[in-house]
Design a protein around this ligand. Structure first.
Ligand code: 0L1
Ligand code: MG
Length: 261
């Protein structure tokens, strides 16, 4: 079936997810899929999920670090929407049997104390609206074959969202220097990557301001209580059956991720 409008794009992405069958780029079939239209596809996809019983719990940024931008070949950050269906409790293994080609990436996670709405949000005003910061993992799972996508494709696909885990140690943002907060990522006990918060737009609060301003331009805000994933600090790691990952943060504890078989 050829994709030429929002509802057929949503149906194609939902089908790819439900059947665990990745597809080709939507932009190859639908020339008119520009960035604005892609965000309308994303909104419609989330509306379907909400109509099916899910609750919106926050937002995420993607492609905010050079590591992620270089790996995916896209230099613009993006936003996507988190629902409660994406929450993976800390002690639950990643359910591989529900996923296509999952990868995991460590992230700094904000929980908002106050709402934020652009335009004009700066890193300072953004950080002042944060209640707590946590370490976490995002598990992404593109609905496109081999993660081969352009910016409108990945925006439409709700930025490859699949699951996320929030660690158990929450700090007030003024208790630590988030640009210097480090993470050591290991797989099976071997260190595979490291980064600091500065990897995310120079400071994760810059990413939060970017999201507030981008959402504001689309008439949306980040509400109090929202969870905000600020984007992968390192490149994402492909998940294999039985693997165990750890993201060890300087002041935010260690977040463990085990993968089902
Ligand atoms: O945190 C991120 O940078 C997620 C980007 C989502 C797109 C992807 O890498 O599949
Ligand atoms: Mg991410």
């Amino acid at each position: 079936m050829s994709i030429q409008d929002i509802s057929s794009a949503v149906a194609a992405l939902r089908r790819a997810e439900a059947t665990r069958t990745p597809r080709g780029r939507l932009t190859r079939e639908w020339e008119g899929l520009d960035l604005d239209t892609a965000y309308r596809v994303q909104n419609a996809l989330v509306e379907e999920r909400v109509a099916a019983g899910e609750t919106v719990v926050g937002i995420k940024l993607g492609l905010t670090s050079r590591a992620k931008q270089e790996r995916m070949g896209i230099s613009s950050p993006l936003t996507a929407v988190l629902t409660d269906a994406y929450i993976l409790p800390a002690d639950v293994p990643v359910p591989l049997d529900r996923l296509i080609q999952p990868r995991a990436e460590p992230e700094l996670v904000f929980v908002m104390g106050q709402p934020l709405r652009g335009p004009g949000v700066t890193a300072a005003t953004a950080l002042a609206a944060v209640d707590r910061v946590y370490g976490g993992f995002e598990i992404i799972d593109s609905r496109y074959v081999d993660y081969d996508f352009g910016l409108p494709d990945v925006v439409a696909d709700n930025a490859s969202s699949a699951f996320f885990v929030v660690g158990g140690v929450g700090r007030r943002p003024d208790e630590l220097d988030l640009a210097l907060e480090a993470v050591v990522l290991s797989v099976g006990g071997d260190v595979v990557d490291t980064a600091t918060g500065a990897a995310v737009q120079g400071h994760p609060a810059e990413a939060l301001a970017l999201a507030a301003n981008a959402l504001g331009a689309r008439g949306q805000e980040i509400p109090a209580g929202a969870i905000v994933l600020t984007g992968g600090l390192t490149d994402a790691i492909a998940l294999t059956p039985g693997a165990s990952l750890a993201a060890e943060f300087t002041h935010l504890g260690t977040v463990h991720l085990s993968v089902g078989r």
